[in-house]
Design a protein around this ligand. Structure first.
Ligand SMILES: Cc1cc2nc3c(=O)[nH]c(=O)nc-3n(C[C@H](O)[C@H](O)[C@H](O)COP(=O)(O)O)c2cc1C
Length: 217
């Protein structure tokens, strides 16, 4: 697949088919993502792959945690965000909210519950790194994620990054025996897109260049 095609067609998937993904394909995906650059080539990413019955158990655990300690999808800001970001968020999720309202479902509840289920995907990846690293190294995990999402397209796999589950990092660490000194940075749902689901037909918009680029020439 052309790189440009992968970039243009990638979008987060929130409706997966049940079909399993061959572990060899997951391995290939991670090998390709591992070609990502990192500062000093430290390759700080650490990945836990969860599939099959273990993933069913993890889903149940996260849903249980959510029922006891609900968290909302938040942008994770240090201070109140400028209104422009709230507008972008609303614009991005408006089509999904509209679709869900026809089924009398609330978009926030859908995303929060769906995230804890990894949207029914057959594979969940937990991306982490050693807690000894400074937050600077999150950049490297971000690049790894970018490579992963595009490499998945090439392998015919759909993905959804799932940051919400990090609110339950303690549960994830305990369940997956991730040592205390490691940080859980992100979850990623991986699988095959359910093309028949109406919940998966929308694309999020992007700002025009002049909103985020300044030139000095
Ligand atoms: C770091 C990160 C965390 C995210 N966390 C979630 C999440 O918890 N739940 C969810 O449904 N989508 C999550 N997303 C997906 C974003 O909502 C999505 O990327 C964004 O709306 C743009 O849409 P697109 O990916 O379809 O282009 C996350 C994306 C990123 C990059």
């Amino acid at each position: 697949m052309e790189l440009l095609q992968a970039i243009l067609q990638r979008r987060s998937c929130r409706a997966f088919r049940d079909d399993p993904v061959d572990p060899a394909t997951v391995e290939e995906l991670l090998r390709r993502a591992g070609r990502a650059p990192s500062a000093l080539n430290l390759q700080p990413w650490e990945i836990t792959v969860v599939m099959g019955r273990e993933l069913e158990r993890l889903r149940r655990r996260l849903l249980q945690a959510r029922s006891e300690r609900a968290v909302s999808c938040s942008p994770g800001s240090r201070r109140p965000l400028p209104e422009v970001f709230q507008q972008r968020r609303r614009a991005s999720f408006a089509p999904l909210a509209e679709l869900l309202s026809q089924q009398e479902m609330d978009v926030n509840a859908f995303v929060e519950e769906g995230s804890c289920r990894f949207y029914g995907a057959p594979v969940a990846l937990i991306l982490g790194m050693d807690g000894a690293f400074s937050s600077q190294r999150l950049l490297c995990l971000g690049i790894f994620l970018g490579y992963l999402l595009l490499a998945a397209e090439d392998l015919g796999l759909a993905t959804c990054p799932v940051g919400l589950v990090t609110s339950y990092a303690d549960e994830i660490k305990e369940f997956l025996n991730i040592p205390e000194e490691k940080e859980v940075v992100l979850g990623v749902a991986v699988g095959f897109r359910d093309e028949t689901s109406p919940l998966d037909r929308f694309r999020t918009p992007r700002e025009p260049l002049d909103r985020f680029v300044r030139w000095y020439v």
